[in-house]
Write a protein that binds this ligand. Sequence first.
Ligand code: MN
Ligand code: MN
Length: 311
Amino acid sequence: MTLFEPQDAAVIPRFAGTPSFFRLPMLTDPAEVDVALIGVPFDGGTTNRPGTRHGPREIRNQSSLMRRINANGVSPYDTLRVADLGDCPVNPINLLDSLQKIETFFSTIAQAGAVPITAGGDHLISLPILRALARKESVGLIHFDAHSDTNDLYFGNNPYTHGSPFRRAVEEGLLDPKRVVQIGIRGTYYHESDWDFARGCGIRIITMDEVMDRGITDVIAEARAIAGALPTYVTFDIDCLDPAYAVGTGTPEIGGLTTREAQRMLRALAGLNIIGADVVEVSPPFDPSGLTALTGATMMFELLCVIAGRS
Ligand code: MN
Ligand code: MN
């Protein structure tokens, strides 16, 4: 088995060279890896402020700041074969074609047995990824977000936007709604009925107020119980964070999680049966400092450490 390592920063400095995810090798064959790091540069599902198509490139760039062991001593490259599998093909002027291209690409990843960790892209990309990963059986979902993303139709009768992926995923049988938990939900919404679908089908919505009242330890224990031992996908919308920590996103909502709270909650997912994860809604044009993309890269690394099996 060939393990892969980031480029040695004592040989090639971290500001030099091609910025792959975490300075890992760029490969094309998913059979060579246990975990595939993938970019999906698509923001065609965005209903308001765009720019997440630029997310993967800037997350790769900022990920050159990451080292190889997390703060708790987890060293994922010692046990997992991890590499950058490049960007998934997309069509920036055709949403339905993009959904098909993303599903096809991730089907290849799944068939090779690799676990994808994806950098978006807007949140609609989670739907075709789930179509690829949950084709045979519905899966659970741990969903960090300011928004439930279970709205229905937009601009007439259009079913596919970044505000609706998890409604579609439940309708298509990709998600078992009783095994779906949404954490950090807050902000204004359109209608009193916006959460009716989610609550009606059994999705557990944990609002930001509830997170504050109960504390993150209690909340993540409930999330683990909801996901259980069965296959579970983790999706991390960067707008779950307070915009003070992640301003570079299309639909910021004040009053969110700190980066520290989010790191602790992700680490507490270790041991779950995680079949894939994504970090979405990083929009570099709204954050010239690059901090939001660094935050997205860091959350991807925390997810990698969780998949490595420890916190
Ligand atoms: Mn979202
Ligand atoms: Mn959101």
